[in-house]
Design a binder for this molecule. Structure first.
Ligand SMILES: CC1(C)CN=C(N2CCN(c3ncnc4sc(CCF)cc34)CC2)S1
Length: 504
């Protein structure tokens, strides 16, 4: 049967051959600024081709071939239109050849059968067995030249295929460690289209619902990133992997990713995508763009996006920020960011497919914080005159640490799987014992409000409670006179009675 092969439009063709970062940025700009939808398959093939040339087969420009050139510096490859067109047509004919849309004619929305069928086509043509978490398996280039895709790559390929079949309602849904699709009227339907993790039976074709989806971090309890075509382009760009080896990155590819993320940022396409903003913050830390937001600003924008669009149910915005502060020796701020991350995870129950975030908190608790505490305790010894500003003498640092662990405990409560075990206890004891008793004694462990009145009534006069941000609630009788050198710090975030009455 004759398949109408849609070639590329002139404004797409005119950018070829692509031979610089700017050429690729220009192609993306054309795709993103035109009225119609950006072509996901085209952009994925282009990015995958460039990534392959810059990371997999160390592209050598003629200039570099002389023996004298010791440091092999790849220039930008030349990407011909014919290469991209051939791969695109291969994908288009495979998809259109296998899906008989006449069977679904009429209903303008995709059906679960259509989505499942599309997923089956991608799924069945994957190489039997390969290392699923290898790098550079996230694009259609990898699929079309090597029949390999990673978990995210399968979900993206299904959405790109449905776009080619004309279903503009099929979109990518992204959590912090999984991807699935939404479709139907108002995107109300959901379907698994890929696998997750190791040793888990795939649930392809099934909706994302039920108890597993409710309280588990993996599905973000109903707060995933629901993409439109532009956000899907942002996911594709976020997925660019500049790593050449465990120790080397392609500078050209990292620069391309950074420029494409700024293009999407300026178009407003990252506003509801915290991880993409975080990725941009990481790139800006490595290679700052003059005149652009600082990494800290970007990480705060990611946090704001998560608070605004996702009821503050995302953990990674806080671990992006915490990691930045840690790398830059701003340890009090790192502890606060990690405590805020724990305030998010406390909203979930830990389940067997949440290993990724478990590993994240394990590394923070048992590796990063112990290292942080060792560094500051050495500082206290080497520079005793700076003791006041030292983390170990700051009750708010101790309060952040307690809030961090309290969040992990709350995460474990009512969970099917335990979180903490003896392996967590040793680093915890080592960390707590580095804080002198004087510091620990200044932390005021606030209890939840309903009990607070009871405690207040029973207690004759209460200690003065100072919010962790310095605002004092009230001075009660028999307060110590020199209260200014006793920092009362709330451990948890609950507002206290007077605030409540003040309607704050
Ligand atoms: C603070 C961190 C440890 C640094 N990098 C992090 N990530 C790197 C980029 N990541 C991502 N970045 C953009 N989009 C997505 S969608 C997704 C789930 C699989 F589809 C992951 C992910 C995952 C999180 S979190």
């Amino acid at each position: 049967h004759s398949i109408k092969m849609a070639g590329f439009r002139d404004d797409q063709k005119c950018t070829f051959p692509l031979q610089s970062i700017q050429d690729v940025v220009k192609l993306f700009r054309i795709e993103l600024e035109r009225g119609d939808e950006p072509n996901l398959a085209l952009l994925s093939i282009v990015v995958g081709s460039v990534e392959n040339l810059l990371t997999c087969n160390r592209y050598l420009s003629p200039r570099n071939e002389t023996e004298s050139e010791q440091n092999v510096k790849p220039n930008f490859p030349i990407l011909e239109l014919s290469t991209v067109e051939a791969l695109y047509c291969k994908f288009e004919s495979q998809i259109k050849g296998c899906v008989d849309v006449t069977q679904y004619r009429g209903n303008s929305y995709a059906s679960r059968e259509l989505v499942k069928k599309t997923s089956d086509i991608i799924w069945s043509s994957l190489t039997r067995s390969y290392c699923k978490d290898r790098a550079h398996l996230q694009t259609l280039y990898s699929y079309l030249t090597g029949n390999k895709l990673d978990c995210f790559g399968v979900a993206f390929a299904v959405v790109a295929a449905c776009q080619i079949l004309g279903y503009s309602d099929v979109h990518l849904a992204l959590s912090e460690d999984h991807a699935w699709v939404i479709f139907g009227k108002d995107g109300e339907e959901t379907a698994e289209v890929t696998w997750h993790g190791k040793g888990n039976e795939d649930k392809r074709g099934q909706p994302v619902c039920g108890p597993t989806a409710q309280k588990s971090w993996l599905y973000l309890n109903g707060h995933p990133v629901k993409c439109n075509r532009h956000t899907e382009v942002a996911a594709l760009v976020s997925g660019i992997n500049p790593s050449i080896s465990a120790t080397a990155d392609s500078k050209e590819l990292a620069t391309l990713q950074q420029k494409l993320l700024w293009l999407l940022y300026d178009q407003g396409d990252l506003k509801n995508y915290p991880m993409a903003i975080g990725n941009l913050g990481d790139l800006e830390e490595i290679n700052p763009t003059p005149g652009r937001s600082s990494p800290i600003d970007l990480f705060h924008q990611a946090i704001f996006a998560a608070q605004t669009h996702y009821a503050n149910h995302h953990v990674y915005p806080y671990t992006y920020l915490g990691g930045f502060f840690y790398r830059n020796g701003q340890y009090k701020d790192a502890l606060e960011a990690w405590a805020n991350a724990a305030d998010v995870i406390r909203k979930y129950n830990y389940g067997r497919e949440d290993e990724e975030i478990y590993k994240e908190f394990l590394e923070i608790a048992n590796d990063l914080i112990p290292h942080l505490v060792k560094v500051v305790s050495n500082q206290a010894i080497e520079a005793p005159e700076k003791a006041e500003s030292n983390c170990l003498h700051d009750p708010q640092c101790f309060a952040h640490l307690l809030r961090f662990y309290d969040g992990l405990c709350a995460w474990e409560e009512e969970s099917s799987t335990p979180v903490l075990h003896i392996g967590w206890a040793r680093p915890l004891v080592a960390t707590i014992s580095k804080f002198p008793a004087k510091t620990r004694s200044h932390v005021d462990i606030k209890i939840s409000e309903e009990k607070e009145e009871k405690v207040d009534d029973e207690k004759n006069g209460s200690v003065n409670r100072r919010h962790s941000h310095g605002r004092r609630d009230s001075l009660q009788k028999n307060d110590v006179k020199n209260e200014e050198d006793i920092v009362k710090t709330k451990v948890n975030g609950s507002t206290n009675v007077s605030d409540k009455k003040a309607g704050k």
